[in-house]
Design a protein around this ligand. Sequence first.
Ligand code: FE2
Length: 131
Amino acid sequence: MNDIALWRKSWQDEVDANFLYQVLVDCAISDKEKSLYRELGQCEAEHIDAWENLMQEHQENPGRRKPSTKAKILAWIGRHYNTGFLQQYMGQWEGREVREYLLLHLKASRPETRAPAANWLTRRARIHANR
Ligand SMILES: [Fe+2]
């Protein structure tokens, strides 16, 4: 996968994560949970902006922010059937995202792909360390 395809895939993953964290904010009962999911969603929104900026700098149009079909199905399950399942899924998503950004940082061919990955890993670690 070339770097532009990686940017596009990462961008869609971030759009989905931002959307799903918003669902968790809506479903959360406690203020503490709402605050955590809001902060994680904001972090994903910053990642979306960064991928969009990178794509636009390289004359790539990211298109409209739209959750994938998979994210819509997960949202439906979270809202109507089992919020705990969606919480667990997003907990695992956090782990997958860290792994993917580590791989991106190590294997991407362009430095403009590697640098943001390192910055985002640091920010994500800071959010979790403060909780
Ligand atoms: Fe992210």
